[in-house]
Design a protein around this ligand. Sequence first.
Ligand code: PLP
Length: 377
Amino acid sequence: MTIYLDHAATTPLRDVARDAWLDASTAVNPASQYGSGRRARGQLDTARETIAELLGCEPIEVIFTASGTEADNIGVAGQFYARSAQHGNRVVSTPIEHPAVMDTVNALRGADVHYLPVSKSGVITDLTPLKEPAAVATCMWANNETGAIQPVEDVIAAARATHTPVHVDAVQVVGHRHVNFHELGATTLAASAHKFGGPRGVGILLAKRSPAPQGVIFGGGQERGIRSGTVDVAGAVSTAAALTEAVSEIDAEESRLRALRDQLRRAISSGVDDVVFHTPEGDQSLASHLYMSFPGAEGDSLIMLLDHKGIEASAGSACHMGVNRASEVLLAMGVDEKTARGTLRLTLGRTTTQEDIAAVAEALPEVVRLARLAGMA
Ligand code: PLP
């Protein structure tokens, strides 16, 4: 039997999402004017309204994209190119962003980028770079590797003082914590359906009417011209079904997973020598994440040895899987290179049971011993 502990990379499709997808799978182009097109449009509108209601925004502010990555690209680059001619080329970001944001920021033509520093526990500590206006500021809500929750409310308040729009990468948060876009006050916010039991290949960008990002791909002008391309009605309907169920379970799942995660942390602390935890304790992190290093072991060895025992986990960033290198997030937190290479990220989700946690706690001491014997590449 396989124990799946990589829910932050992707989590299994919910039954309600699969059923909703099948029901809507024959929907045609929702922009066409004949009967079947109007029916598809009706299904899309309903999905958009459901998502808006669940995330505290207006339906018109919901933009469907093809991934969280795409939503991040539009939020950051779309805002920068819409504003830089008038508002200058300053950009404020953080050194712990997911590559969907980090690489987008790095690719902005002519940008002058300033980073908000982070503490040893991977949390933003200083908002000074936000004192001057910027074309756009961007900040993730929770880090995908450590699970550390960022002070996005403070970032948004500081940016508001200089009329700087803020993009929030909430891909790890939506469906796992309560989100209210209007109360938060962000300008744009990215989410991804496959992180909360929706289909892979559907992203959501929440975008205020003004200031609005410009599109970063060009075409038929769908989704307010912000994301051209025929909209995937089945994907949208399935996402709405998954989000409805996920949001209804947030409170119960939060406390269930937090208890299991904390139990696992204690078992690893007492069962394995020399472990360095990177996930902040208590409610400073998402309930699902446990990210740690076993200095002297290589992350890839840990993953392969666990896989051999039927335990599926990740060394950290999904995007760098298979490449033996230190996590940029950990380096930004001041972790040394050797420690940053011996990482293991266990992320719990709705299929995780007490038995799974006991099995991992039992397997890890031997796995770490063997990985340390194999040494570093
Ligand atoms: N942002 C964060 C924080 C993520 O964790 C991920 C996925 O791992 C993404 C963006 C990209 O989302 P997607 O896989 O839908 O492109």
